[in-house]
Ligand binder design. Structure first.
Ligand code: ARG
Length: 437
């Protein structure tokens, strides 16, 4: 009797082991199956790199990457077909200057009745809006309390819907400057991670702290700004020595520096210090243009912003002083953008989204065309050039084999009417469809 029970027991154990092995094998087989194959057909393709569009485009996608691209290419059997009809397909767009963790509602309320936790709770909404507007990648140019790092992680893990992200974390700025809270009682103090650093040693230490906590790039406040209460709008806020220290320290960790700079002198100091891009660039002079061209420094100019600040910021409770500062730079920034582009300065698309509502990023294309770019140049500023600036040309910014299947589509021809990009109908990121109208 005992022996019989033992045999029965052994048989049961063997049976269940066999069953488990079978389940495991089935699971493995599923994993080893070739990745999902999708073929997209579209009337036109603007691939982000080539000088002209191709018609009757076919894009083959395997898993999260592009496998092949061609005109009227045969579609392999078994591929799922997404037929976009006459639409124009483009690479997912890249905005090189967002503040995706922030959007102003009221000047004083935002400062004194909210905490970074309020921002952290709603940031997923801005991330989704940005992606659905066709921006599959952003370089975020500064955020409080490492919310950007947490967002990037949640997006990468698939918990939150949003664009691929590079995060600058806290901007690095001088005491009393654009990154500081200026104009209030000296007794007023917030306990938070501070992006204030003065002198070479503090700057190096802050850069190390940021890299340690997940920064992909360093955002350096090279000059005064518009939406901060210091007197000037463009005076330098760091010395050449300090800027050089930031660039050198960032480089040690393999990071690039993006410099916020409105004033002509500060722009030149930052370029000489070796930053990778000048953000805003409002009062750029001839010498600055020449320096940028020589060194291949990118200009990331947020030339849509002015209109939104002028029409909306008084309603949002912003002090007149700041609106007056905006009036000093708005038109000049646009004219200087035109001059820089004409002189051959490298241009990447960046909007400062967050100053205006997230999801409106593409409104800036029309301004870039109005101020001197061809529609193709404006598109490439947000695709190939932007990817180059981010150091991500091998993964994004073009419709090309091996890159991520980050694609968008618009119904008309953006080379004829650039505002088509404000009406994105289809969004795919990493082979997954997020929008299809
Ligand atoms: N964040 C920038 C600043 O406060 C916004 C500048 C917007 N104005 C402009 N004309 N681009 O300096």
């Amino acid at each position: 009797m005992k022996v019989k029970i033992k045999i029965l027991g052994l048989a049961l154990v063997a049976l269940s082991l066999f069953f488990l092995a079978a389940v495991y094998a089935a699971g493995q087989a599923e994993k080893e199956e070739s990745p999902r194959r999708v073929a997209i057909r579209a009337g036109r393709l603007v691939d982000g790199r080539s000088a002209s569009a191709i018609s009757n485009a076919v894009i083959l996608i395997e898993g999260e990457r592009i496998a092949a691209v061609g005109q009227a290419m045969a579609i392999p059997a078994g591929a799922e077909v997404i037929d976009l009809g006459k639409a124009t397909v483009l690479p997912g767009l890249i905005d090189c200057h967002t503040h995706i963790t922030f959007q102003p509602e009221n000047y004083y309320e935002d400062l004194f009745r909210k905490s970074p936790i309020d921002a952290a709770v709603v940031v997923h909404i801005y991330a989704r809006r940005t992606l659905e507007a066709g921006f599959t990648t952003v370089r975020d140019a500064g955020s409080e309390e490492f919310i950007d790092v947490a967002l990037r992680k949640a997006i990468n893990e698939g918990k939150v819907v949003g664009p691929r992200m590079q995060a600058a974390t806290l901007a690095v700025g001088a005491s009393g400057g654009h990154n500081d809270l200026v104009g209030f009682s000296p007794y007023l103090k917030f306990s938070h991670f501070s992006g204030i650093a003065d002198g070479v040693d503090e700057i190096r230490k802050l850069v190390r702290f940021e890299v340690k906590n997940g920064a992909d790039l360093v955002k350096l406040i090279a000059t005064a700004g518009v939406l901060s209460e210091e007197e000037s709008v463009g005076a330098p806020q760091y010395t050449l020595e300090e800027m050089k220290a930031a660039v050198e320290e960032a480089a040690m960790w393999g990071k690039k520096v993006a410099a916020h700079a409105h004033g002509a002198e500060g722009i030149k100091l930052a370029v000489r210090a070796g930053v990778t891009s000048i953000e805003h660039g409002s009062l750029l002079d001839d010498e600055g243009i020449e320096l940028m061209r020589e060194r291949g420094t990118y200009l990331v100019a947020d030339i849509y912003n002015h209109d939104f600040i002028i029409t909306e910021y008084t309603r949002l409770g912003y002090p007149d002083k700041l609106i007056e500062k905006e009036k000093k730079v708005g038109d000049l920034q646009r004219e200087n953008f035109r001059r820089a582009a004409k002189a051959g300065v490298k241009i990447a698309f960046g909007t400062d989204s967050g100053v205006y509502p997230h999801g409106w990023n593409a409104k800036q294309f029309a301004y870039m065309v109005r101020y001197g770019l061809t529609p193709m140049q404006a598109i490439q500023a947000a695709t190939a050039n932007a990817a180059d600036l981010l150091g991500w040309a091998e993964s994004v910014g073009a419709v090309s084999p091996g890159l991520y299947a980050d694609l968008i589509a618009v119904s008309g021809d953006p080379l004829k009417d650039i505002s088509e990009l404000e009406r994105v109908k289809f969004v795919m990121k990493g082979g997954r469809v997020y929008k299809k109208e």
